[in-house]
Write a protein that binds this ligand. Structure first.
Ligand code: ATP
Ligand code: MG
Length: 385
């Protein structure tokens, strides 16, 4: 008899030719996640089993597994060699603590001599006899005791199912570049794309000395807080000061943000080409601010030719984004009050419906190519693990 964890993964990727690639990624990600723990890992039909860990580490291991994209749920279970006595010994010790219950038996091993229905009844009686004032509820039990008699000579007994992240295994969608500000939305965008299998680099623009060293530290911290989910992040820090000063001096104030964003996008695209990244990710949400209208996104997006721009927060309310930020643990850092580069030169009346023609005209007063290349050449790279 031993304590194990049964892991369930999504069915989504079980179809199609990529099954092996996806499964291997998921298994690797699980093992990487548990590196440093003592454990054994087995694959059985449709399930993974983690066993032989230190009992006092079980909660930590569960917490780590709950961060692995691609796992749907897990159950702490007791594994016994399949025989009636061993199974009943475990079931006998289950404490209902006043909860209504039912026993479900799944019998994949047809050599086991009793039908699942009959055995469920029998085990139900065992629970009944070993608890005070038991209440059976076959339709809506508070505790469903599952007895899974597998083909491999082993039986798993469990009654708790802990939800995991779902999604697709990290890395299965390739690599992208997350535009990471110090705000609430972009870390959430990173998490959501990680959940669809995207590994990522991050790009942060700062306006030192207009923005403080603390503002940069905040972004490092946010990137660090994302790593339990999206793995290590290569963070590219780029000074945007010169760009902002140039725009400030040469362009009309209403287009300041539009032009800034277009230059940010160009820098992002260049970095994607340099590091072989296949998508740009932002935390934009439709209508949240002037730079996030349909027209603004058209004008900023139009400078990108070779890549998709993923905006996973596009249809979400701020409340919904905040709920995710709190769940993944980035919220408290995001609300620290340091200046963002975009707020430093903020114009009073940014244009809400910019046009490409006008943006192109304003950019003609700048040497855009030089500014973009300068940004890319002077990037600072920080590995966040
Ligand atoms: P966030 O909460 O992510 O900062 P926001 O609501 O403040 O978003 P904006 O400041 O308009 O919105 O930024 C929109 C998106 O542009 C951000 O989600 C982020 O992806 C990107 N972005 C903004 N500022 C920066 C920056 N300094 N460095 C890198 N990306 C940025
Ligand atoms: Mg912001």
């Amino acid at each position: 008899m031993k304590n194990v964890l049964l892991l369930r993964f999504g069915e989504l990727f079980l179809k199609g030719r990529n099954l092996n690639v996806f499964e291997n990624l998921l298994i690797n990600n699980i093992k990487k996640k548990l590196a440093g723990e003592k454990f054994a890992f087995h694959v059985t039909l449709g399930r993974y089993i983690v066993s032989d860990f230190e009992p006092e580490r079980q909660d930590n291991i569960i917490e780590k597994l709950q961060q692995v994209f691609g796992l749907v749920s897990l159950s702490p279970a007791v594994e016994v060699l399949t025989n009636e006595q061993a199974i009943e010994q475990v079931v006998k010790n289950i404490k209902l603590d006043g909860k209504s219950y039912k026993v479900s038996v799944k019998r994949a091993d047809k050599k086991f001599p009793i039908s699942s229905m009959d055995y469920a009844k029998k085990l139900g009686t065992v629970v009944w006899n070993n608890n005070q004032n038991p209440v059976v509820d076959l339709y809506n039990p508070q505790l469903e005791i599952c007895v899974d008699i597998r083909n491999n000579g082993r039986t798993y007994i469990f009654y708790e199912t802990i939800p995991c992240q779902g999604g697709l295994p990290l890395g299965s969608a390739g690599q992208g570049l997350l535009l990471l500000s110090g705000g609430i939305d972009s870390p959430v965008a990173g998490y959501l794309m990680g959940k669809r299998g995207l590994e990522m680099h991050a790009l942060h623009f700062h306006s030192y000395p207009y923005t403080s060293e603390q503002a940069k530290q905040k972004v490092l911290e946010l990137a660090k807080e994302l790593t339990p989910y999206v793995g290590s992040i290569t963070l590219h820090c780029v000074s945007f000061t010169k760009v902002q000063e140039e725009i400030h001096m040469n362009c009309v104030p209403e287009y300041m943000i539009t032009i800034m964003r277009r230059i940010m996008m160009r820098v992002a695209e260049k970095l994607c080409q340099k590091y072989n990244l296949g998508a740009i990710v932002t935390g934009e949400s439709l209508g949240q601010v002037a730079s996030q209208t349909m027209q603004s996104m058209t004008v900023t997006g139009s400078v990108i030719e070779s890549l998709p721009i993923f905006r996973p927060c596009i249809a979400m309310d701020k409340e919904e984004i905040m709920t995710i930020a709190k769940k993944i643990g980035t919220y408290e850092t995001s609300i620290l009050p340091y200046e963002d580069c975009c707020t430093v030169f903020l114009p009073k009346n940014p244009v809400i419906k910019p046009t490409i023609e006008k943006a192109v005209k304003e950019e003609s007063f700048l040497n855009v190519e030089l500014l973009v290349n300068d940004c890319v050449m002077n990037e600072e790279i920080i590995e966040i693990k």
